[in-house]
Design a binder for this molecule. Structure first.
Ligand code: BDP
Length: 675
């Protein structure tokens, strides 16, 4: 430790203590200096952190306008002179803003940004920045690929795993301010007194870090744990039950955030079981939590019970007529696209379509459909694409980011040592928080920060890893579902190719979505087909509906195209498909080469782990390409060009491939096979 620097933190409140501890640990580690902490009386600090309310130094600085801009959660970081000496101040209106500012300062230091003349004000653009855990009470995680649930229900509330605190710290460091603890496919038991005591214990750990706790509410809970004969939202006994349940929850957790609800979707109970609407159901719960300041996040991910229309239209058809019918503390939670977390989808047509209802966007960090834990797919480009998409709902510039009040990410976090099932998957947790705070950040900037903070500031590392991250999602699109294809994964696991999947409920099969036949490929969603384009505002609707203006990367989402039809590139659909599948494999290979170049620049442990996963990804990209191309060829009857890599096996081999029944890693060793 060379010299000592003085940090002035004037308050001992829990969140201020958290900010102080983070600064002390971070500065010590980054600067190699001893950090002495001084209290309110001191004006002699190299670094001052506080609010006008808890710090006389902050109160004396002329920061009024900046603090107004910072709002309730934002912060100001500024280089100032205090008593003639140079200092840095981290100021905010509330303690949580100071904590967020402390993390921002550490980020600037760790990424080697210049601190001289520092003058920044930052406020989150979205009020709700949540992680949704699809965690079950038995410790499993739906679509989780990073081990078991972090929440040790059997041991709570007595035993507090230290990882809870680290989890909260990680979230606070990127501005996440809420966590839904339980699966949307909900279990009513979480609302019983024993479990509420456990939830309260978690909330106590999370509170100083600004992390509010939310729960999923099973609509039939009054029947299952309340002893009532109905869960009808208009029944007065049911209303009283939920009101009393909310009172009980808030007695245990005074800052409880509210409920997330999946209703009348994939077998979950809901108001339609009683011939009531989604608004009736949401309002029931909204009225129960309203006296306590709680909210209800009601999911728009619904299927109709029959299969009457194009599946991607069902949320729009169901919810748009209800615009204006929801209480003011209800938000409709809409997935980024109208289908289901695919590698690429157009933005969900509900964005911009419900002018009188607050909306939030739900994205999936856990990569159910993008290779799960084992494929590298940096998701910031996917989220950036949606957030910036222009809905035109209120004229040009009505981007999705402007149409939402909050964002929720289905967490990729579990009990694994590395939290997320692979080292590089952590980048997605990080990127989610950063984009939730500031949806205008670029994927490149976020990747740059993350690499510098995770691996190194050495440009020989930053450049190649940033390059890999930024191309990875498009690589996945190319080898899984190019040109606007969607939902071509194996049934159930959603891992590996299954373009031939058929049988069962039609709108859950691959053939429903690809519509391959001897004429061509793709789903006609124009007026001659399902007319799903009508759900988009003009001019988006026309742009998607016309073959001349639909973006190539959504072509087969909206159009059925002949195998030999020429696209705008001048190539036929068949040629273009082959190119995209090959490009996916080629990118897989180039990512391997980039990573291999880092052998002595990244620690051996992480180097070898990532290297092994990139090998899996390259082999599975070939699996995807070969299985898909052979399947399409069985309709197109067109040849592969002479220089195209020959698939290793006939189509039937891929169709009959059965992967080992390992729920954690449903990958196919046979694919990796002997060379
Ligand atoms: C799908 C998942 C399923 C979830 C569902 C949902 O396959 O496990 O329950 O979404 O969002 O993507 O409710």
């Amino acid at each position: 430790m060379s010299t000592t620097a003085q940090l002035v933190v004037a308050s001992d409140a829990a969140t201020m203590r958290a900010a102080r501890d983070e600064l002390v640990t971070g500065l010590r580690g980054l600067l190699g200096r001893n950090i002495r902490v001084a209290g309110a009386a001191s004006r002699d600090g190299a670094l001052v952190a506080g609010t006008p309310g808890n710090s006389p130094v902050v109160a004396a600085l002329p920061l009024g306008a900046e603090l107004r801009q910072a709002g309730p959660e934002g912060f100001v970081i500024r280089a100032v002179a205090i008593g003639g000496r140079r200092a840095i101040v981290v100021a905010a209106n509330r303690d949580i803003g100071v904590l967020y500012g402390a993390f921002q300062l550490l980020r600037l230091l760790q990424t080697e940004r210049p601190l001289a003349g520092l003058d920044l004000v930052s406020a989150p653009r979205l009020g709700l920045r949540l992680l949704d855990h699809w965690d079950n009470l038995n410790g499993t995680v739906e679509r989780g690929y990073a081990g078991a649930s972090l929440w040790e229900w059997a041991r709570l509330p007595d035993s507090i795993n230290p990882r809870y605190r680290d989890y909260a710290r990680a979230n606070a460091s990127i501005g996440i301010n809420g966590v839904v603890l339980t699966n949307v496919n909900a279990n009513a038991l979480i609302l019983t007194p024993a479990y509420l005591g456990k939830v309260a214990a978690l909330a106590r750990v999370f509170r100083p870090w600004g992390l509010k706790v939310y729960l999923t509410a099973r609509f039939s809970a009054p029947l299952e744990i309340g002893g009532l004969a109905t869960a009808d939202p208009l029944d007065s006994g049911v209303r009283a039950w939920w009101a009393a349940k909310a009172d009980e929850i808030y007695r245990a957790i005074p800052d409880f955030g509210g409920f997330l609800v999946k209703a009348n979707s994939e077998g979950q109970p809901g108001p339609q079981d009683y011939h009531r609407t989604h608004a009736d159901g949401a309002n029931l719960l909204a009225d129960a939590v309203a006296p306590h300041g709680g909210i209800v996040m009601w999911r728009a991910f619904v299927y109709s019970s029959a299969v009457p229309t194009d599946r991607v239209m069902q949320a729009g058809d169901e919810f748009v007529p209800l615009d204006g019918a929801f209480r003011s503390n209800v938000l409709i939670q809409v997935k980024n696209g109208p289908l289901d977390f695919q590698p690429r989808e157009p933005f969900h047509p509900l964005f911009g379509a419900m002018a009188r209802t607050p909306l939030m966007m739900e994205v999936q960090i856990t990569k159910e459909y993008l290779g799960q834990d084992s494929h590298l797919a940096f998701l910031a480009p996917l989220w950036e694409e949606v957030l910036r998409a222009d809905t035109y709902a209120h004229g040009p510039g009505s981007t999705v980011a402007k149409e939402i009040q909050g964002i929720a990410g289905v967490a990729n976090v579990g009990s694994d040592r590395d939290w997320t099932g692979s080292d590089l998957n952590q980048a997605n947790w990080y990127a989610f928080g950063r984009l939730a705070w500031d949806p205008t950040l670029s994927s490149a900037a976020i990747a740059d920060e993350w690499i510098r903070m995770t691996f190194s500031n050495d440009p020989r590392v930053v450049g190649p890893v940033q390059g890999m991250l930024l191309v990875s999602r498009e690589a996945v699109v190319n080898y899984m579902t190019p040109l606007g294809l969607a939902h071509q994964m194996a049934r159930g696991t959603h891992y590996g190719p299954g373009p031939w999947v058929t049988g069962g409920r039609a709108d859950q099969t691959s053939v429903y979505f690809n519509r391959a036949d001897s004429a061509g490929l793709g789903f006609d969603r124009t007026a001659t087909g399902s007319d799903a384009v009508r759900q988009y505002a003009l001019p988006v609707r026309n742009r998607f509906a016309s073959r001349d203006s639909v973006p190539d990367d959504l072509l087969l989402w909206f159009h059925h195209v002949g195998w030999s039809e020429r696209l705008r590139s001048g190539r036929t659909l068949w040629e273009e498909l082959l190119r995209h599948y090959q490009a996916g494999v080629d990118t897989g290979r180039s990512m391997q080469r980039s990573w291999d170049s880092l052998e002595r620049l990244v620690d051996a442990e992480r180097f070898h782990r990532v290297q092994a996963l990139l090998r899996v990804q390259e082999a599975e990209a070939r699996w995807w390409r070969d299985a898909s191309v052979l399947y399409w060829q069985s309709f197109s009857h067109l040849p592969l060009p002479p220089d195209y890599e020959v698939p290793r096996h006939p189509l039937d081999w891929y169709r009959q491939l059965r992967c080992p029944a390992d729920p954690r890693k449903p990958r196919c060793d046979a694919v990796m096979g002997a060379p």
